[in-house]
Design a protein around this ligand. Structure first.
Ligand SMILES: NC(=O)c1ccc[n+]([C@@H]2O[C@H](COP(=O)([O-])OP(=O)(O)OC[C@H]3O[C@@H](n4cnc5c(N)ncnc54)[C@H](O)[C@@H]3O)[C@@H](O)[C@H]2O)c1
Length: 291
């Protein structure tokens, strides 16, 4: 176990709520907040539903689910975080908003408490500059994957001033909540998004060149490479506009090899944004089922 006892999570959306659930399942008292108390309460209700559904699939024991129900609580604002040892931020991907929250938390938390961001694209060193110098030794990136209750990987990303002992403590608490952390340098896209989008971009090039259809590439990745989902199915599930904006960020950082593809731009401009839109690389019926 790490030294952390009491946990806070800020942002009760898709990622934050499930990150809070992971801490609560491992027995940590966990406070969750969102832009309003109501939103955080709704998120905790949803998590109770996740706990109910998770049991038959065997993701956690009945005992852990009972513990999680007891350990999860909601805070109306960040003032309630004064006794937290470790706080994970998972609000919208907006640098100004994240900086504002970190500045506020820095003033509220005890000197020994640590902060983490779940950002997928903002530099951890840049975010760490939102807190006063002494706290920067205890500032880190913890990049979870969606859905955070199922995906085992967490990229742990130290900022320029992060203390190695704090990195170790964060690696340990990730293991304590059932995750497998890997150590990654603070570079744009970290490690996994660079790998994933190299594959995604090459997949789109294959379609542009008429080598394979999106459906055939999905089959190839699943049956030939052992991936659980094909790149076009994945883009449709997470929205094509998100992939395009990631490519733009990676292109800014690394140049030509991440140049956004014209075909993806066309799809996004046409509104063929994926499963939610009813059409992306594949077509979906009104219930979101692939046709
Ligand atoms: N969705 C993914 O697959 C994924 C994967 C890894 C990392 N991330 C990162 O995780 C973070 C959250 O992403 P998400 O997909 O959960 O987004 P989301 O939109 O589902 O959730 C963001 C939450 O932040 C809340 N919020 C906004 N302003 C707030 C404030 N002032 N105080 C407290 N809460 C506030 C929103 O109400 C919302 O509930 C982002 O930085 C994103 O880049 C997302």
């Amino acid at each position: 176990m790490s030294n952390f006892q009491k946990i806070g999570v800020v942002g009760a959306g898709m990622m934050g709520s499930e990150i809070a659930l992971m801490f609560a399942l491992a027995g940590y008292p966990t406070l969750l907040t969102d832009a309003s108390r109501d939103a955080a309460e709704r998120a905790v209700e949803r998590l109770h539903g996740v706990l109910d559904r998770g049991l038959p699939r065997g993701f956690w024991t009945e005992e852990a689910a009972a513990t999680a129900r007891r350990q999860l609580s909601v805070a109306g604002d960040l003032d309630a975080y004064a006794d937290r040892d470790f706080v994970v931020e998972a609000v919208f991907e907006d640098e100004a908003l994240k900086r504002k929250i970190f500045g506020k938390l820095d003033a509220i938390l005890a000197p020994g408490a640590g902060l983490a961001s779940n950002t997928s694209s903002i530099s951890i060193t840049t975010l760490s500059a939102a807190v006063a110098e002494p706290r920067r030794a205890r500032f880190i990136g913890t990049h979870f994957f969606s859905p955070a209750s199922r995906m085992k990987l967490v990229e742990v990303i130290p900022a320029a001033d992060t203390d190695p002992a704090f990195v170790d403590a964060v690696m340990k608490i990730m293991v304590a909540i059932g995750k497998t952390p890997i150590h990654v340098k603070d570079v744009v896209g970290f490690a996994v998004n660079r790998l994933l989008h190299a594959l995604v971009l090459e997949s789109i090039r294959l379609v542009e060149e008429g080598v394979c259809s999106p459906a055939d590439i999905d089959v190839a990745c699943k049956l030939g490479l052992g991936h659980p989902i094909g790149p076009f199915e994945l883009m449709d599930n997470t929205q094509n506009s998100l992939s395009l904006s990631v490519h733009e960020i990676l292109y800014q950082a690394y140049g030509e090899r991440f140049l956004p593809r014209p075909l993806l731009r066309q799809m996004v401009a046409a509104g063929y944004n994926g499963r939610k839109a009813g059409r992306g690389w594949h077509r979906y019926d009104g219930t979101g089922k692939k046709q």
